[in-house]
Design a protein around this ligand. Structure first.
Ligand code: ADP
Ligand code: GN1
Ligand code: MG
Length: 357
């Protein structure tokens, strides 16, 4: 804990460090709720150790986050919002004025003001949740449409490049370094049968039919904070992957996470079906803020984006299982297989409901 106190003291937080505990359910970074006492009151902060194995250039990533949150603030000001501090993440600087610190072991840490009174939903419970989350993510994309040069850094190159995700899986199957392919033959076949969908958006982008935008790229439901009283989608968080991308990547990941009431690693697949009421609410919420800038082609492809991005994340879970679970945190054996199976059941469900092949 001595080390954690040193880290705590390196940030310019008023008051005295009391302690901390692990927080949230992210798969990549280590997140803590950190408590300080200031003038007799306990104040919470979010502190994160950024996964530098995954994010190779953390200073560039933090530079993106600084630019993005500043622009969001300007946009909310222009829109006349009075509760901006609940709508945008606020970084707490270090005592030397940086947005992050590097500890003695070379790990990067950052601190955010804790947004009190807002909720994180791990699973969607009703269509209103889907509507609110999508409305907030749509607004986020709309605000960032005005991002000026230079281009934001690509914090993970080819992040949603579905061809490259597919090819990486094929290589992992061929290498089968941990002798696990035999356990997931059905899932492997599922992917191989659907190879043709992986190039669809990439080809359209290359042909100039889909515009590059600034996108969030990790729009799962638990990355938007909801006002506990009014239910309004307030603050888009987890900005590590904000970079140039396709609007459909964001909508697709919303369909993956906000149209089914089961957990991401649900083992009872009879509970896994896309819920069309949730989907319709999601689409309505998204179009309420993004409808003005989306092209007809993007709107036409909204259902397909759900199928594709759910398929892509399933491929990533499967690849990670074959590679010995080195990317996504797991808490039990074969958790990545369960996550993959859930995604693929959702893909099948979308194919049926949207009549996609
Ligand atoms: P990860 O990249 O690991 O998913 P996140 O940035 O999404 O990390 O944070 C993990 C969780 O911590 C979120 O789902 C949310 O519950 C909570 N969280 C993150 N930032 C804040 C904040 N500023 N205020 C309150 N809760 C937050
Ligand atoms: C990871 O960090 P977190 O848990 O919000 C992952 C996303 C996946 C998601 C699956 C940087 O998101 O791409 O869609 O898990 N983030 C990164 O739940 O790889
Ligand atoms: Mg997150």
């Amino acid at each position: 804990m001595e080390k954690r106190k040193e880290i705590a003291d390196a940030f310019d937080v008023p008051g005295t460090y009391i302690g901390e505990y692990p927080y949230g359910n992210g798969h990549i970074n280590d997140t803590y709720c950190v408590i300080y006492e200031n003038k007799g009151k306990e104040v919470r902060y979010i502190r994160q150790r950024i996964n530098k194995n995954i994010f190779k250039d953390v200073p560039a990533l933090m530079n993106n986050i600084g630019r993005v949150t500043r622009l969001q603030r300007e946009k909310f000001q222009e829109a006349g919002k009075t509760d901006i501090d609940s709508r945008v993440l606020t970084l707490v600087p270090s005592k030397t004025g940086e947005d992050y610190i590097i500890d003695a072991e070379g790990h990067y840490w950052r601190t955010y003001i804790f947004l009190e009174g807002l909720l994180t939903l791990e699973i969607v419970e009703k269509p209103e949740h889907a509507f609110q989350a999508a409305k907030a993510f749509g607004e986020f994309q709309c605000q960032l449409a005005d991002m000026t040069t230079p281009r934001l850094h690509e914090t993970i190159p080819n992040f949603h490049n579905t061809r490259s995700r597919f090819d990486t899986l094929v290589k992992a199957i061929e290498a089968d370094e941990f002798n696990r392919a035999k356990n997931v033959q059905e899932e492997i076949n599922f992917v191989i049968q659907r190879e043709k969908i992986v190039d669809v958006l990439l080809n359209l982008q290359q042909a100039g039919e889909l515009p590059e935008r600034i996108t969030h790229n990790d729009t799962k439901l638990n990355n938007v904070l909801i006002n506990a009283e009014t239910g309004e989608g307030m603050c888009v968080i987890d900005l590590d992957t904000v970079m140039p991308g396709l609007a459909l990547y964001d909508f697709g990941d919303m369909v993956r996470t906000a149209t089914n009431t089961a957990e991401e690693d649900e083992r009872d697949l009879s509970k896994v079906e896309m819920n069309i009421d949730m989907y319709n609410a999601l689409k309505e919420g998204y179009l309420s803020t993004a409808g003005d800038f989306l092209t007809p082609k993007e709107i036409e492809l909204l259902p397909f984006s759900g199928q594709l991005i759910t398929f892509e994340i399933g491929i990533r879970f499967l690849t990670d299982y074959l590679q010995n679970d080195v990317y996504f945190k797991i808490h039990r054996d074969k958790q990545n297989v369960d996550r993959c199976r859930k995604q693929f059941k959702m893909v099948e469900s979308m194919e049926r409901i949207f009549k996609l092949t």
